[in-house]
Design a protein around this ligand. Sequence first.
Ligand code: ADP
Ligand code: MG
Length: 239
Amino acid sequence: MILECKDICKSYMQGKMELPVLKNICFQMEEGEYTAVMGPSGSGKSTLMNIIGCLDLPTSGTLLLDGEDVSRCRDDQLADLRLKKIGFIFQSFQLLPYQSARENVALPLVYAGVPRRERLQRAGQVLESVGLGDRMDFLPGQLSGGQKQRVAIARAMINHPRILLADEPTGALDSRSGAQVMDLFDQLSRQGVSILMITHDPGVAARAGRIVYIRDGILSDNDEGEEAEAEGGGGYEEA
Ligand code: ADP
Ligand code: MG
């Protein structure tokens, strides 16, 4: 099992009121699985992703990542886990604007203590593999949205993470660049990479092996909210 969430709860304090955002999330992923997470805006998708990605801690519950109990980890241990086991991809790319594509991709290796020469060489190889061999020395501002996201994917992959997490990776892209990014996810999935991806786009989600749904902080394997929606409940946000 690459990922096991047991009764994960997350609440935020709003003044003196406790606002529950995630409610007893139970979820497992086998190694090599490709899972899409869908759900309306504000339902808790990013909150869950940030907890799974060790960027945030649950209020209660247990999270096992690659068999390791993350919920008991100290900050420095979490940072280490993020570096070694997790690749994270954001809607807004999160590239450093004044570093070249190659330097952006090599960045995780700086923290891993890899010598500069080897860093740049490895970054070059991963950029080649995402089809950006001819864009290595470009700054993010000189790249299209789709190219930026492919740089971000290369950066996420450079340490050979155990799991790739993506929060609406095509959310800021036009359909053609989105399709290229999705092709890349398919390719990684075929190579055996475990992928957990949030998306609003049913066409994107359909490419995953499995779809789970979050509504009001509750995760389920089927879209039980459908009926609520027909009765006038909250619908899915526009992509
Ligand atoms: P989604 O990604 O599904 O759109 P989020 O996980 O970003 O939803 O947010 C879920 C809910 O948690 C929202 O109601 C949001 O306002 C609330 N929330 C998220 N982060 C915080 C925070 N740091 N403090 C307070 N409330 C938050
Ligand atoms: Mg979100």
